[in-house]
Design a protein around this ligand. Structure first.
Ligand code: CP
Ligand code: NVA
Length: 319
């Protein structure tokens, strides 16, 4: 059975997993953002932060990555810790050793594992059998570390999160799911506009709506991007074809053609709207060069913030 909310919400996350932000309370998320700001300030001023000396993070990537891989590795080194790359195909996991046994064995050698893989169930299973924290570095269902960096960027640029109207245009995918949960937890209004048939997972939508109700935000799903974008403070998009969906690319190019974030679409947003994209981006598909390279875009600040939120996460779960 797919676990969307594996553990009860709590405030301290020492020793905890990050599988989905659904498991983290609003107070925990805000504390992580505060810690990220402190660590970013220290990083920018050249102040050393050897907080995790002697700690080892294992990194498993079953899919490609630039940002997640380099920011976790650099972040751990900047904190005085070390990383070990555990390529799935080089582990006995690649020859069929059960993930449950692998989880128990890794738990006796290292302090935490960050994993990027296809199915979310696989990460849940790893976490169930490991006695060390497991961090989700992207699955088919969620991308929680990305959503933390997104919140930090919005907070930096807009000065607040509560009451901000964010519009996500495109595929109801892993990035959209984590954004929905994150936005709902901090009281933002998020409109997700997707073509019919590409809506977010229904259980995730239900969960996000419940969190929004609890925290004074709103989550809604639309199919008209122009209507959705009206009065937006933040416009967010992601690729139309995620990793693992390459066979659907031709059909998706047709189905998403009216969902491109371009100069015409953004006219409906507020004059000072912020453009975000988790990257990598496909200019000319989900976004035009004019928008992503224009002066409303903070996508490289957003990518940079992956480093700081993940360092905050590592400190909070490992210190
Ligand atoms: N946004 C993101 O997760 O990028 P990578 O795939 O490069 O890690
Ligand atoms: N939705 C994209 C995000 C990449 C960071 C994918 O899963 O490929």
């Amino acid at each position: 059975m797919l676990s969307l909310q594996a553990k009860k919400a709590n405030t301290s996350i020492k020793g905890q997993d990050l599988l989905t932000l659904a498991d983290y309370s609003p107070a925990t998320i805000k504390a992580l953002l505060k810690k990220a700001k402190e660590l970013k300030k220290a990083y920018l001023s050249g102040e050393p932060t050897p907080i995790l000396q002697g700690k080892i993070l294992g990194l498993i990537f079953d899919k490609p990555s630039t940002r997640t891989r380099v920011s976790f590795e650099a972040g751990m080194l900047q904190l005085g810790g070390q990383v070990i790359h555990l390529n799935g195909q080089e582990l006995q996991l690649g020859r069929g050793e059960p993930i449950s046994d692998t989880a128990k064995v890794l738990s006796s050698y290292i302090d935490a594992v960050m994993i990027r893989t296809l199915s979310h169930e696989r990460v849940v299973e790893l976490a169930e059998h490991a006695t060390i924290p497991i961090i989700n570095g992207l699955t088919d269902l969620y991308h929680p570390c990305q959503a933390l960096a997104d919140l930090l960027t919005i907070q930096e640029e807009k000065g607040k999160l509560e009451g901000i109207k964010m519009v996500y245009i495109g595929d109801g995918n892993n990035v959209a799911h984590s954004l929905m949960i994150a936005a709902a937890k901090v009281g933002m209004n998020l409109v997700v506009a997707t073509p019919i048939g590409y809506e977010p997972n229904e259980k995730v939508t239900e969960l996000a709506k419940k969190f929004a109700l609890e925290n004074g935000g709103e989550i809604s799903i639309e199919s008209d991007p122009t209507q959705a974008v009206a009065g937006a403070d933040v416009i967010y998009t992601d690729v139309w074809t995620s990793m693992g969906q390459e066979a659907e690319n031709a059909q998706r190019l047709i189905d998403f053609k009216d969902f491109q974030v371009n100069e015409k679409l953004v006219l409906g947003a507020k004059d000072d709207y912020l453009f975000l994209h988790c990257l990598p981006a496909h200019r000319g598909e989900e976004v035009t060069g004019e928008v992503i390279d224009g002066n409303h875009s903070s996508v490289f600040q957003q990518a940079g913030n992956r480093l700081h939120v993940q360092k905050a996460l590592l400190v909070e779960i490992l210190q």
